[in-house]
Design a protein around this ligand. Sequence first.
Ligand code: ATP
Ligand code: MG
Length: 299
Amino acid sequence: MSQVLQAIKKLTQRDLRILTVIERGMINHLYVPFEQIVAYSGFSEKKTLKILKKLNEMGLVQRQKTPYTGYILTSWGYDCLGLNALYKSGVLVSISPTPIGVGKESDVYLGLTPSNKKVAVKIHRSGRISFRKSKKKRLYLVDKRHISWLYRSRLSAKNEYEALRRLYPLNFPVPSPISWNRHIVITDYYEGIELFKKPSLNRPKIILDEIIYTIVNIFKKGKIVHGDLSEYNIMILIDNEDMKKFMIFDWPQWIDSSHLMALEYFKKDLLNILKFFKRKYISDLKIEYEINIILDKLT
Ligand SMILES: Nc1ncnc2c1ncn2[C@@H]1O[C@H](COP(=O)(O)OP(=O)(O)OP(=O)(O)O)[C@@H](O)[C@H]1O
Ligand SMILES: [Mg+2]
């Protein structure tokens, strides 16, 4: 991230314009042809080339030479566009150079707002494994993966923001959504320890019952199923104003309660949580019995 943060400082309006032109061009091109970048930027060929060279050296775009000269954004380039937009709209003034959380599909950073409030900056990175490995593979494959990476990451951020917008106003324990741009979601920052990391828990049965009560209500009133619920996506909070005891993170894969598979996903989420509590805290927990009681409450 430090490269991205340094790059943003050095970017001029013209550099950003070229990055945006490439981003738009990627909707219908694998690599955006040089001529098209020139045409849409409104700059001369010489000026455009100079900027592209600079962006390439900063690692924000990547060039192909054959069969035609064209450019794509790298993940750093996309980060620059997203962060820059959030800076400009007054949501963010800075973010930490190193992440506070790294998942399979995202990096989470600590950010600051203009009023010096701490926020969480979640940068979605769907399919990043193939993106990293792709350098050595054949060009055609590389192209396709770059593109799907960009759109999938954006879609993932959009979905997560939508779930939070639906659930937070209903007072469910999910991060308070502040803003989103491209593949980046900004929420309030919470201090706590993830369930899987906690060495012990006061009154585990009470916490378990509250988690279950919460996901049942999220299903019924929020009309949402998480879809990836586990001890990794629940944080036990340190004291906070809302008096909430825990927070459920990580909503990009949510589905609507009316979805055909909703009950299936709900059961899987529930099972993950019950199994975790049985393994770590409540060895005599009757999982089948619990599930039946809970499913009865859903209808
Ligand atoms: N609002 C927040 N406040 C504090 N910490 C957060 C916040 N959002 C995320 N984190 C930290 O970052 C970690 C990863 O976030 P999250 O679970 O949302 O994404 P992820 O695990 O990368 O996603 P995936 O499971 O799709 O890979 C969380 O477990 C938590 O430790
Ligand atoms: Mg997670």
